[in-house]
Design a protein around this ligand. Structure first.
Ligand code: ATP
Length: 324
């Protein structure tokens, strides 16, 4: 009998799902969202090499899916398909494999194995934490597949070892992240947030954007924009839009100048109340104050030469969830 805590992660849990869930033994499926940083305030790099962050994450309705099935003799292998799958290393260093190994090492036995199948919709190296999402989903999926003695706190701790954005992919919703981004506080928000995401033609590596931040700005903000949390709590979408901020946006624009045009153009369209580069970029995120305008904005922005595609998404959505 698996720990009752697992139910917390079951999608639309009801008695039927709970009953079915007991029968899942050979296939565990997890859906996991991308994130946008509503605010990303970056402090000066510390002696430990990390930048202290104050960030507000929001989980969006753009998902990767991870499926795991048992494998013999402790084998762990991964099959990755979908958006940008060819850009992910196949030498056992991908984030899903690392997550499976980590949870097994701490809570499992060496003879436990898994075939991992990742289906990506979240573009790679886009500032949407797709790799972190896959790591979070795999921690949860393997934990259930192998019936490990974990709980949400244990998974959160392992997630923090795998990367700064991994704990939030488990949690979802809207949350304040401090420290390296792994210390999370769920935030009360009202309303639905409609976003248009504009994917760029090439990726940006997170370390290179931080390096540029160090070389140029050096010192960002050390706190959130005043009024942001109040605007989120009251569902004041234009108020949130006016306070979107990202200290990595300047460095990202220096490395990928064409993004400035994407941001400027999108920001001027009807219904758009704010525009920001997501995370370390290069995805540009536009916040709208109503759903109706989203499709038109997505179509308009998609015409720009540096945009390879657009997508309408809503937030906040739950973090990693077990699917029936
Ligand atoms: P960040 O979490 O810093 O915002 P990102 O969203 O910009 O990161 P990711 O899509 O997570 O970028 O990819 C970052 C790097 O991780 C890429 O170079 C990619 O090759 C590597 N990677 C390893 N495993 C995965 C995975 N399962 N999905 C995506 N990227 C992966």
């Amino acid at each position: 009998m698996r720990g009752a805590w697992v139910m917390r992660y079951v999608e639309n849990m009801n008695s039927q799902t709970a009953g079915d869930y007991e029968a899942w033994s050979d296939l565990v499926r997890v859906r996991v969202p991308a994130k946008v940083n509503v605010a990303l305030c970056v402090g000066r790099r510390g002696d430990d090499g990390y930048h202290p962050l104050h960030t507000v994450f929001q989980a969006l309705s753009l998902y990767d899916q991870v499926e795991v099935t048992p494998a013999d003799e402790g084998a762990i292998d991964v099959d990755i398909t979908g958006e940008d799958a060819e850009e992910i290393p196949r030498d056992g260093t991908d984030l899903a494999t690392r997550a499976a190994r980590l949870v097994r090492e701490r809570y499992g036995r060496p003879d436990q194995g898994a075939h991992i199948r990742v289906t990506k919709s979240i573009p790679v190296a886009a500032g949407l934490a797709g790799g972190s999402a896959d790591a979070a989903a795999t921690l949860l999926a393997c934990s259930v597949l192998w019936d490990l003695d974990t709980d949400p706190g244990a998974l959160q701790a392992l997630a923090g070892e795998l990367g700064a954005d991994v704990p939030f992919a488990l949690l979802g919703g809207t949350a304040l992240g401090t420290g390296r981004g792994t210390e999370l506080l769920p935030l009360l928000t009202r309303g639905r947030y409609h976003w248009v995401l504009a994917f760029a033609r090439r990726g940006l590596s997170t370390p290179s954007v931080y390096q540029r931040f160090d070389d140029t700005a050096g010192e960002g903000r050390d706190g959130l924009p005043p009024g942001l949390l109040e605007a989120l709590a009251s569902g004041d979408v234009p108020g949130v839009g006016a306070r979107l901020c990202n200290d990595l946006q300047g460095p990202a624009l220096e490395l990928y100048g064409e993004l400035a045009q994407t941001l400027r153009y999108g920001q001027g369209l009807d219904g758009v109340v704010g525009a920001v580069v997501s995370g370390s970029g290069p995805t540009c995120a536009f916040l709208l104050d109503e759903a109706r305008a989203a499709k038109a904005v997505a179509d308009e922005v998609a015409r720009l030469p540096e945009v390879r595609g657009t997508l309408v998404a809503v937030g906040p959505v739950p973090g990693a969830q077990l699917l029936g």
